[in-house]
Design a protein around this ligand. Structure first.
Ligand code: GLN
Length: 446
């Protein structure tokens, strides 16, 4: 733990992966674990971990990278954090992110920019950019992010690390500051597939505090990592390899196809015809849910309150106007509009119907295949400043990850190669609650 902080002080000033550190408590905890002795069956004991700053940590400032929560110190731990503590993992600090997890570059943080360690002029992706950088730069072996539309997988792809978005319901959302509640999942980011499986073992499972968490049995995700994918049937959606995908990214994925074939799997082209509507449906659904979830930030109950306010309405309006950043306000307006009387049927209801069509597309493919593969993102990491003033371009980066959230399926990014010296991730998509197949395939591939 001491070495982790010493290294972090060397490395992080250039990268900005962390917003706040847990140094005193972490050192105390490490000494306690030393004193009681490490249980050899507990693989996470003493392991330094980092946590995205939208996951609440008791006694440790949790901001969601928003001015709204700049000084917010939670009075309880998220269930995943409770599980980390119970496993004797050491919480090192909290990672930078896009404000309230809205974004794909970590440039929407109210506090700082995070740099991609492969090329510091480029973004780390987002919204879990700080978590991916903390792992890619060797500051911690495990970090936890959240993924609503791609926020674990896309930064993992941009940083050359392994990132898993588990099946919706696999991991408790209790204590995750809500963005799109029907889409959000917490998941691990690591250097290797095996580490990732061990980290998911630690946080998965039913939780009575989260009514959407599943009672489905949790297997040992590290079991079955034997490199054998002979006979595995893999689908490659043609929509994931077409127009808009950088040819150099396509080449990396084609090489991955060859590798799986050499390993004895079969890879066949399929179609997910409605995936092209995913981005449109997602931005209505996610923003609608966000506009509702963010109502609690009213200047009364939590966080930031504007100064010199005259009356109650002034408290609400000025606190929210000054406390939220531009992207968050954009989502609140979009969501509120989509849910309002007269527009609900045309937008929110319609988006729900599109979501069902996307689910049906996946179900059809999974009748014949064990897994789906394709790219995570259309391009490698882009330059800081290049896309931030163009929300639609930024939104389109998630075209390949969003359908997986809409369908609630597990999706993983595994490092697959490089384009112009920048990492490119391979996305593996599984049947609901079949993370094991993704880990098995990812382990054979990496
Ligand atoms: N980039 C997407 C968005 O801005 C996804 C974010 C996420 O997964 N948290 O909504």
């Amino acid at each position: 733990t001491k070495a982790t902080f010493a290294n972090l002080r060397q490395v992080d000033p250039q990268l900005g992966a962390f917003l706040n550190l847990n140094e005193d408590a972490a050192l105390k905890r490490a000494a306690e674990i030393d004193a009681k002795g490490i249980n050899p069956d507990n693989v996470m004991a003493g392991i330094p971990v980092a946590v995205k700053d939208n996951i609440v940590t008791k006694g440790l400032t949790t901001t969601a990278a928003s001015k709204m929560l700049e000084n917010f110190v939670p009075v309880y731990d998220a269930t995943v954090v409770e599980k980390m503590r119970a496993s004797d993992a050491i919480i090192i600090g909290k990672n930078n992110m896009d404000e309230f997890a809205m974004g794909g570059s970590t440039e929407n943080s109210a506090f700082k920019v995070t740099h991609n360690p492969w090329d510091v002029s480029r973004v780390p992706g987002g919204s879990s950019g700080g978590s991916a950088v903390a792992v890619a730069s060797g500051q911690v072996p495990v970090a936890f992010g959240s993924d609503t539309g791609g926020s674990i997988r896309q930064p993992s792809s941009f940083n050359g690390v392994v990132g898993m978005k588990p099946t919706y319901g696999r991991v408790s959302r209790w204590g995750l500051i809500a963005f799109g509640s029907s889409l959000d999942q917490i998941g691990p980011i690591t250097r290797s597939v095996k580490d990732n499986a061990a980290a998911l073992n630690m946080i998965a499972g039913y939780d009575q505090h989260d009514g959407t968490s599943s009672k489905q049995a949790v297997p040992d995700f590290t079991a079955g990592l034997d490199g054998n994918v002979k006979g595995m049937k893999i689908a490659l959606p043609k929509e994931y390899m077409g127009e808009g995908i950088d040819p150099k990214v396509r080449e990396v994925i084609n090489n991955a196809v060859k590798k799986f074939e050499e390993l004895g799997a079969t890879v066949e082209e399929v179609s997910l015809p409605n995936s092209k509507y995913g981005v449109s449906a997602y931005y209505i659904i996610a923003s609608s849910e966000a506009s509702s979830n963010l109502q609690r930030f009213d200047g009364i109950r939590y966080g930031f309150r504007a100064k010199d306010v005259k009356n109650l309405e002034d408290v609400y309006v000025r606190s929210r106007s000054e406390g939220f950043g531009d992207e968050v306000k954009r989502r609140i307006m979009l969501g509120t509009f989509s849910l309002s009387a007269g527009y609900y049927d045309a937008y929110f209801h319609k988006a729900g119907q599109v979501r069902t069509m996307i689910i049906n597309d996946f179900n059809k493919v999974f009748e014949d295949y064990d897994m789906i593969m394709g790219p995570v993102a259309p391009t490698p990491a882009f330059k800081i400043g290049d896309e931030i003033s163009d929300p639609i371009t930024m939104y389109m980066n998630d075209v390949l990850t969003i359908p997986v959230n809409l369908a609630g399926l597990p999706g993983m990014s595994v490092p697959a190669g490089f384009a112009d010296g920048l990492p490119v991730g391979l996305q593996l998509i599984g049947k609901a609650f079949d993370e094991s197949t993704l880990y098995k395939a990812g382990y054979a591939f990496e």
